[in-house]
Every structure is written in structure tokens, then in C-alpha cells.
Design a protein around this ligand. Structure first.
Ligand SMILES: Cc1ncc(COP(=O)(O)O)c(C=O)c1O
Length: 423
């Protein structure tokens, strides 16, 4: 049903019925949450298997118990390298959080500059933020007072005509945030053309950096993985390998907040980072790194682990897809959603001007959503249309309740708006 074609009388009729449904739902006193991309308890049970690996720790080299090896143990450098398509010697294995690494990298560059160049905090630094994007990336910029320039995403990645123009003209634009595979929150994987253009584009700032947050590099939901061009190899072709910082972690492989992370980069960048890191840290937790290596082993075994995650979370994504399809179909003009091949999120675009209202209505009915506007710099979604859904954490029965509430609130908010527009 195309809601835009309906008469005012028909819309009012539908709203009356939806209001009844809303009242009945609210009376149930539900309390469910699909706001954050967290693994569910069963997934974390897999992660705990790491700590139940018999006597494998006996074979751990004795020096892993002591200070040293600031860039991590060779086994994890190799494995992270394989995950990201980098050489082991391009990796620094760090602590439990890749977001922490991104924060530190921004702060280091603000304070000390990149590879001996002018510190970013000497000027009014700007970052390009593809939208919708990861709210915590934008929060880092906001926290440091870095001005954010929004660039729209399409189904191939950031719109490169805009990105190229911006970075070619303004040397105060120092970085861009990218979640290149199964992007948070749209699920888009960047096309080869987008990766190539990012790797090769002319930037006025010689110290421009791409923050390539490959958080979902092995997190498939489909049978085949979305192909992603290797940005480091591509940048190297153009002599731009220093432009790339890659990040990932095992937060959604082993334990969220209890895993290991890494930064992957060129030799120059690695030297630069380590020259500062040495003041910050004597070494990261190599025992944890070794435990992760023993558990994950190699890319084949990692694939098996990720298949176990997929078996649990894919049906949750499918429930949303099927329910949205059944309720709205493809031509409603009030709801459009993504059906990602991987990652942790679905993006739901509702009729323009309704996202905040949907968020508020859901809250009233007992469903916590990520705040409307969160996937945009400064929390400002000019169209007020985009909502992020995180299906993984919630139990199957709560998913059903969440879907029921969400669909009712989308209908209610959009019908109210459509009727309002006709007045
Ligand atoms: C794109 C992206 N990057 C990073 C993170 C956080 O990673 P970590 O736990 O390694 O800090 C998340 C978590 O949701 C994410 O979606």
C-alpha cells in the first residue's frame, strides 16, 4: 500500500486503528531494547570457550608473561594481518578496544602531528563524516572540537564526487571516518571504485588520514562475503600508503570489551605511532593476545567461529526483514530498510520528519531505540528520517515484541504526519 496515495479519510481510519493498537501495546508494560550493537549472551558463551582451552597456555612462550613486544605477539600480528589483508609487520596489536585506539590516534595527531608535521590542534581541524555513520566516531570529533562535514552515503559508500572536491580544496580537512565493510549502520560495503578513489584522490592536506574502521571484516550474515578491495595495496599503488590507518578488534568475535584490537598501517606510520606509544605503555596484555590466538587459530577456524555467531544472529535480522516486508512491502513510501549481508545493524528510514516521533513513541511503549539523529554529526538528521536497529543482543521473544512495537509506532508517527500535511 502506498501511503502517499491515500485519502485523508482513509489515513484517519488507519490512524484510529493504529491508536487502538498502540494503547493495547502500551498497556502491556513492555521493556525491550534494540539500541546498541552488542553480542547476545549465547554469543558471549562462545567467547568464554577461550578460557577453557586445557593446557594450551603451557606452550605459551615464557617471555609473553613479561613486559616487552610493544607491537604485539607475532601470532596475533599474523592473524590480524590476514583478517585485514596486511603484512604482519604492518600491525600493532593493542588492548581491548579499537575505539580506544581511534581516540588515541586522533588525540596523538592533534597534539603531536602526523609523522613530525604540524599538530592538528594548531589549526581548526575538520573531518569528513559519511552519513549515516557510527555515532561514536562522531562523538570523538565532537569531544575534541573537530568540525564535522557530513557527506552522504549511497549503496557504494561515501559519495566520492563530494569527498574528492572537499579534500582537494581544504587543507584543514585532516581525516575521514570509514566503516568500509557492513558499515554501521547501513550495512553497505564500499565498492571497488570508492576504495580506489579514496586511495588515490588528491588531498590538499599532506597529512590527511583515512580512519578505516574495519570492525566487521569477518562478520558475514550471508553465505558469501561482500568483497572489499584492499585499501592498503591500492593506496600503495599510488604512493599513498601513509594515508591509511586500519583498525579492527575481536569484540564481536570473542568478548565485547574483553578482546584484543589492532591498528594496521604503513612502516612510516607504525614508526610514528610507536615513537609516542612507548611513553604511554610498556606493553599490552600478551597473555590475552596468546589466548585469542589459540582460540581463533587461523582464518579457517575463525570462519567456523563466525559461522556459529551467524547461526544465532542471522534469524534475528531475518525476523525484521520479513516483518517489514509483510507490513510495509516495498512501495509504502513510509518505511525503507536495509537487509545487510553482514555486520550488526539495520537502517530503517521512515517518512521524512517522523524519526524522532517514532523514537519517542517507542519509548512510551517500552522499546528503547538508538536515539533518532545519533548516526549523524551533532545528532542532527536534517531529514529526521533515519533510525538504527541493533537486533543482536535481544532474545528471540523480545525481538518479536520489539518488531510489534516498532511497526505500530512507525505507522502511528507517519499517519499523524501525513494527516498533518494534508491539513
Ligand atoms: C564500527 C565500529 N567500530 C568500533 C566499534 C567498537 O569496537 P571496540 O569494541 O573494539 O572498541 C564498534 C562497536 O559497535 C563499531 O560498530
Amino acid at each position: 500500500m502506498n501511503y502517499l496515495d491515500l485519502s485523508k479519510e482513509k489515513l484517519e481510519q488507519l490512524l484510529d486503528a493504529t491508536n487502538e493498537e498502540f494503547k493495547a501495546i502500551r498497556a502491556k508494560g513492555y521493556s525491550v531494547d534494540i539500541s546498541r550493537g552488542k553480542p547476545c549472551s549465547e554469543q558471549l558463551d562462545f567467547g568464554m570457550e577461550m578460557y577453557n582451552l586445557g593446557d594450551s597456555l603451557k606452550h605459551m612462550p615464557k617471555n609473553y608473561r613479561n613486559y616487552g613486544m610493544l607491537d604485539g605477539i607475532p601470532e596475533m600480528k599474523k592473524l590480524f594481518g590476514e583478517m585485514l589483508g596486511l603484512n604482519a609487520d604492518e600491525i600493532i596489536v593493542c588492548g581491548n578496544s579499537s575505539l580506544n585506539l581511534m581516540y588515541d590516534t586522533v588525540q596523538r595527531n592533534l597534539q603531536f602531528g602526523v609523522c613530525g608535521q604540524t599538530p592538528w590542534n594548531k589549526i581548526k581541524t575538520k573531518f569528513i563524516c559519511p552519513v549515516p555513520g557510527y555515532d561514536r566516531h562522531f562523538a570523538i570529533c565532537e569531544h575534541f572540537g573537530i568540525e564535522m562535514i557530513s557527506v552522504p552515503m549511497d549503496e557504494h559508500g561515501p559519495v566520492m564526487d563530494i569527498v574528492e572536491k572537499l579534500v582537494a580544496l581544504d587543507d584543514t580537512i585532516k581525516g575521514i571516518w570509514c566503516v568500509p565493510k557492513y558499515s554501521n549502520p547501513t550495512g553497505v560495503t564500499y565498492s571497488d571504485e570508492v576504495v580506489e578513489r579514496l586511495a588515490k584522490m588528491e588531498t590538499k592536506a599532506k597529512d590527511f588520514r583515512i580512519f578505516w574502521d574495519n570492525a566487521y571484516c569477518v562478520h558475514d550474515l550471508g553465505d558469501v562475503t561482500d568483497p572489499l578491495l584492499n585499501i592498503m595495496d591500492t593506496a600503495r599503488k599510488y604512493g599513498n600508503e601513509d594515508r591509511i590507518y586500519e583498525f579492527t578488534s575481536t569484540s564481536k568475535i570473542t568478548l565485547a570489551g574483553g578482546g584484543v584490537s589492532c591498528i594496521g598501517c604503513s612502516e612510516n606510520n607504525k614508526k610514528d605511532i610507536l615513537s609516542h606509544l612507548t611513553y604511554q605503555c610498556i606493553s599490552y596484555d600478551k597473555v590475552s593476545q596468546y589466548i585469542h590466538y589459540i582460540y581463533m587459530k587461523d582464518m579457517d577456524h575463525l570462519k567456523e567461529i563466525m559461522n556459529k555467531h551467524k547461526a544465532i544472529i542471522k534469524p534475528k535480522f531475518d525476523k525484521f526483514e520479513n516483518a517489514f516486508l509483510e507490513e510495509f512491502g516495498l512501495d509504502s513510501n513510509i518505511a525503507k530498510w536495509t537487509n545487510p549481508n553482514g555486520g550488526y545493524f539495520i537502517t530503517l528510514d521512515v517518512y521524512k520528519g517522523c524519526a524522532n516521533r517514532v523514537y519517542q513513541l517507542c519509548k512510551e511503549a517500552g522499546l528503547t531505540l538508538t536515539k533518532a539523529g545519533a548516526p549523524f554529526p551533532y545528532g542532527q538528521d536534517d531529514a529526521d528520517a533515519t533510525l538504527r536497529i541493533a537486533p543482536t543482543f535481544t532474545s528471540d521473544s523480545d525481538i518479536d515484541i520489539s518488531i510489534k512495537i516498532l511497526i505500530c509506532c512507525v505507522k502511528k508517527a507517519c499517519l499523524e504526519k501525513l494527516i498533518g500535511d494534508k491539513n
